[in-house]
Design a protein around this ligand. Sequence first.
Ligand code: HEM
Length: 510
Amino acid sequence: MSNLTLILSALLFLLLPCFWKALMHLIWRPYAIAKAFRKQGVRGPPYKFWFGSLGEMKRITNEAMNLTLDKKSHDITTRILPYYRKWTEEYGDVFLFWHGAQPKICISDPELVKQVLANKFGFYGKIDPPSGVTALLGKGLVLVRGSEWVRHRSAVSPAFTMDKLKILTKTMAECAKSTLQLWQDYADDEREIEVVQQFRELAADVIAHAAFGSSFIEGKQVFQDQNELLKMIVQRNLSIEIPGSEYIPSRRNLYMWKLDRRLRKKLISIIQARLDSKERSGYGNDLLGIMLEASEKQEGQKLSMDDIIDECKTFFFAGQETTSLFLTWTIYLLSTNNEWQEKLREEVLRECGMKIPNADMLSKLKLVTMVLLEAIRLYSPFIVLRRKADKDMNLGNINIPKGTNIDMPIMMSHRKKEIWGADAGEFNPLRFENGTVKAAAHPTALLSFSVGPRACIGQNFAMLEAKTVLAMILQRFSFSLSSKYIHAPMFLITVNPQYGLPVILKPLHV
Ligand code: HEM
């Protein structure tokens, strides 16, 4: 036997187990899992070698992007959750599909969703995020698991108590006031204004002040870099990553690493300045200061510099993008439902007059709260909640094998007629007249902020900010959609209007 043959045989011998493992993972396992689910009555699109359902997901998504909707239609799942919608129609409420060779079960019934999200033992953990998402959010509260999550959550929670948030109302109102002063020029000439970017900058300004007591200008680089990273992550969201590809110095990775370094440097300088100021003036009363103080009290469990950087990244992302879209879609809904715009204005003028609203005034704005809840039901900024079964589980009457991902498309749940009534697809704020628990046939049917222990820590912050800004807009302007508006909600990690939201403002007090 020649040396070459010997080497080749040795190589083959070494590679055989890998080859076998790959074969099991890419062929046998999907086949066995699909069969086990089929026996339980759970069907779905067939598994395709290596790609799973990704090819079909891409094709359905591309087709959906060509659809535009009637300006008043809230039937937006055709555009932003097209494959969930198609497969629900084809295979029923619970179905199986494949992200590569990774099995995913989709559920939208609120009782099953609650069983997953509020599982007492934490058996449905967060999924492993794509590498780019870690760069975006760090190992902050949104992504950490187990005891690490407990440590982070107890350091961050004190910053979000209602007392602390009430103090922040003043900051929120000041940021809104300077934005709305700019709007006055547009209103005076009845010129069109593109509100998406306006709200993005306003929300960035609010979170920068609330979290760091610093201005938007100082945090600008951080927001820009985070938004840039977000775009790149979305681009590769629908492709399968070759394991290890995140470490290859490709042009895209080099650029992403550069953005991450810049982000980190900026955040370190903000945090270090705060640590240095402790002796002089204490840590301060903003989110960062409160977090640093709470962390210091956790004996042996203090957050490290890296932990704090990651929490700051999380604040920026969670606080900016979601809240600005919340406001954007609320303005869209009030522009297309003028009678509600009028009702809210009356309420705001009755409770606040032309004063800058404070927390007490805001607490009396019942109709405003109802409209905001209806807006977040129909246009939830996050559209899918994701978990993974950490062990074999029984969910309802389905056996879920360990390692299965569970997708919970919020917008599908929010449009279920059997839960929300025959008008589930309509804008009807009255459904929230008696609060969220009684708004639907299931007490935790509203999922926009999630439910259970991992529910959004910033939901009161977001509601307070949205109320403040909306009340101040209603005091000053009436608004309607520009004729240029095209109703095309688009999924970009969050739900964005693809062509923006151009609005015509009219001043109420000349
Ligand atoms: C309209 C605005 C917002 C929406 C719709 C929203 C939605 C959500 C949702 C759905 C989750 C749970 C994700 C999951 O279970 O996988 C979440 C978690 C979280 N949100 Fe928000 N959020 C908003 C605003 C904010 C704000 C303003 C902040 C902070 C300033 C914030 C900070 C967080 C954090 C830290 C978590 C992780 C909580 C944990 O895992 O313990 N969010 N948010």
